[in-house]
Ligand binder design. Sequence first.
Ligand SMILES: *[C@@H]1O[C@H](CO)[C@@H](O)[C@H](O)[C@H]1NC(C)=O
Ligand SMILES: *[C@@H]1O[C@H](CO)[C@@H](O)[C@H](O)[C@H]1NC(C)=O
Ligand SMILES: *[C@@H]1O[C@H](CO)[C@@H](O)[C@H](O)[C@H]1NC(C)=O
Ligand SMILES: *[C@@H]1O[C@H](CO)[C@@H](O)[C@H](O)[C@H]1NC(C)=O
Ligand SMILES: *[C@@H]1O[C@H](CO)[C@@H](O)[C@H](O)[C@H]1NC(C)=O
Ligand SMILES: *[C@@H]1O[C@H](CO)[C@@H](O)[C@H](O)[C@H]1NC(C)=O
Ligand SMILES: *[C@@H]1O[C@H](CO)[C@@H](O)[C@H](O)[C@H]1NC(C)=O
Ligand SMILES: *[C@@H]1O[C@H](CO)[C@@H](O)[C@H](O)[C@H]1NC(C)=O
Ligand SMILES: *[C@@H]1O[C@H](CO)[C@@H](O)[C@H](O)[C@H]1NC(C)=O
Ligand SMILES: *[C@@H]1O[C@H](CO)[C@@H](O)[C@H](O)[C@H]1NC(C)=O
Ligand SMILES: *[C@@H]1O[C@H](CO)[C@@H](O)[C@H](O)[C@H]1NC(C)=O
Ligand SMILES: *[C@@H]1O[C@H](CO)[C@@H](O)[C@H](O)[C@H]1NC(C)=O
Length: 438
Amino acid sequence: MKSFSLFSAATLALAFAPSAFSLPQASPVASSSSSASSSASASASSATGTSANSTVSNVNSTSANVPAAGPYGLDNVRCDPITLTTKINSSNVNFTNVDDNYNNDTYILQEILEYTTDQTNWTANHMSKEKQPFNATYDISGHYCTPIQNAKQNSSLLFAVHGIGFDSKYWDFSYSKNYSFVRHAASHGYSSFIFDRLGCGNSSIPKTGGFSALQAPTEVAIVQNLLGQLRNTTVVGNKKFDKITYIGHSYGSVLGNAVSATTPQLIDNLVLTGFSANSSYNANFAQAGALQKFSEIQGLTNNTQPGIYIGSNNVSAVQLFLDPPNYSQQAALLGFQQSQPLTLGQFFSLSTVSAPAMNYTGPVFVVDGERDFPFCGRQCNAASGNYSNMAAASQQLFPATKNFTSYLQPYTGHAISLSPYSGEAYERVLAQIIATGN
Ligand SMILES: *[C@@H]1O[C@H](CO)[C@@H](O)[C@H](O)[C@H]1NC(C)=O
Ligand SMILES: *[C@@H]1O[C@H](CO)[C@@H](O)[C@H](O)[C@H]1NC(C)=O
Ligand SMILES: *[C@@H]1O[C@H](CO)[C@@H](O)[C@H](O)[C@H]1NC(C)=O
Ligand SMILES: *[C@@H]1O[C@H](CO)[C@@H](O)[C@H](O)[C@H]1NC(C)=O
Ligand SMILES: *[C@@H]1O[C@H](CO)[C@@H](O)[C@H](O)[C@H]1NC(C)=O
Ligand SMILES: *[C@@H]1O[C@H](CO)[C@@H](O)[C@H](O)[C@H]1NC(C)=O
Ligand SMILES: *[C@@H]1O[C@H](CO)[C@@H](O)[C@H](O)[C@H]1NC(C)=O
Ligand SMILES: *[C@@H]1O[C@H](CO)[C@@H](O)[C@H](O)[C@H]1NC(C)=O
Ligand SMILES: *[C@@H]1O[C@H](CO)[C@@H](O)[C@H](O)[C@H]1NC(C)=O
Ligand SMILES: *[C@@H]1O[C@H](CO)[C@@H](O)[C@H](O)[C@H]1NC(C)=O
Ligand SMILES: *[C@@H]1O[C@H](CO)[C@@H](O)[C@H](O)[C@H]1NC(C)=O
Ligand SMILES: *[C@@H]1O[C@H](CO)[C@@H](O)[C@H](O)[C@H]1NC(C)=O
């Protein structure tokens, strides 16, 4: 087995944060934004997104043989909120010579610059080889979204893990019904579990521990705990799930890779979106994001997080997350208003959890926007070694998979849910889930 130097320049999807002045102050978006943010906390109708007018130009159908939705339609869903308590015991990165409770833009910029320009030195100075045992208890806020009618029997639960810059609303993006993954899933009879990662949305928001608590190994342990509860208890959906499809986006995909490498028995089918095994574009991406204290970013629905939380308000985020001009400015604005933060520890520890999944035998499907910036440098279709493109090259991480496939969605950047082509991409995901018997 060759060795992998994955994410050597840090894998990251920044807070989605185009600057507001470049975007229309469209009132239809403002109203759909408030309905979306309230949907996260309440009621059985969280998936009732509005159908705002699209202002997209140049949206061309890329494939005539992909249906717009499954047979039961995009209204066939209800989402119920549920909070799961996770008690974790993880083996964390022992960060040294850091300010664990930083609250200082100069410090944030200095650490990001030092890490992205000389990761080897930063790692040598700030990451001990010894792991730090870490235990904690967090509340994780989620939604269980089920078909109103025609729920498939014995199918996978679709367990969806969002990336950095978002919360679980990424999977039920309310700009229009066609952008919502959970709606596409239910249109085929599938149930989904979506949740807010630690530090995001309505889940626990630790006030301290920007390095020691908020880091990737903590998040891997939370995901493993959630998957264990879904399989072994009846707290969600009143039943035990014995088949689970893990679908990730970006950071959520890296966590999925980590879980498949360490506890492969928890995943039956793995779908990684916004993902590749190539880390060489991440430093540029992080620097262009101009990370700052989240509480200083204007125009967000909620920016009250403590000083360890960071994000971006750089106009270039549109270029980093989308594929101009093939996007809706109103969808981008809604995504920005709902932005969620990250911490330095989450960013710097991500490289430590990625590994080849030697014992994961289930199917793997990698789906990227063809012009994904952080994982492909906007050219996912470039050949990579013996592989025809950069999504396909992810197969190196899954030597034991029984069925590896990949797909590039044209005219689409990193944040697939915000793309006008999200519906097509998600119909292809559902087709893989059906074809592999999940
Ligand atoms: C969509 O745009 C048309 C034409 O500008 C307008 O009449 C209509 O009210 C808009 N619909 C919504 C839902 O904003
Ligand atoms: C969409 O199709 C139109 C007309 O064929 C073409 O001019 C335009 O470049 C296409 N857009 C993209 C993104 O390919
Ligand atoms: C936590 O995990 C460590 C090993 O990583 C183990 O030594 C320890 O006993 C565990 N603690 C608890 C309370 O499970
Ligand atoms: C902010 O961080 C910088 C760099 O670590 C440090 O020099 C400065 O003293 C800090 N400022 C405050 C107010 O803590
Ligand atoms: C590596 O880090 C040390 C300690 O911060 C610093 O003194 C040194 O200049 C750095 N080396 C390089 C090549 O940047
Ligand atoms: C963490 O690293 C520091 C500095 O190297 C060391 O003193 C400490 O013992 C380490 N903690 C653990 C649990 O290994
Ligand atoms: C970890 O768990 C042990 C045993 O349950 C407990 O004594 C200890 O205080 C916990 N540590 C933290 C940091 O929560
Ligand atoms: C679902 O699984 C149960 C138990 O394995 C089996 O008895 C039942 O026939 C299955 N139902 C369908 C629709 O496949
Ligand atoms: C679920 O329960 C089984 C049987 O008790 C046990 O072997 C397994 O470790 C549990 N899995 C998780 C993830 O808790
Ligand atoms: C805003 O975020 C904080 C966490 O930083 C949370 O406690 C609070 O409930 C949120 N407020 C709203 C209105 O969502
Ligand atoms: C894979 O499974 C084998 C056999 O059970 C085990 O020895 C090995 O440690 C596992 N590898 C990993 C990376 O978990
Ligand atoms: C492999 O997965 C693809 C979907 O990505 C599916 O079309 C194909 O039938 C699968 N092959 C096998 C042997 O399961």
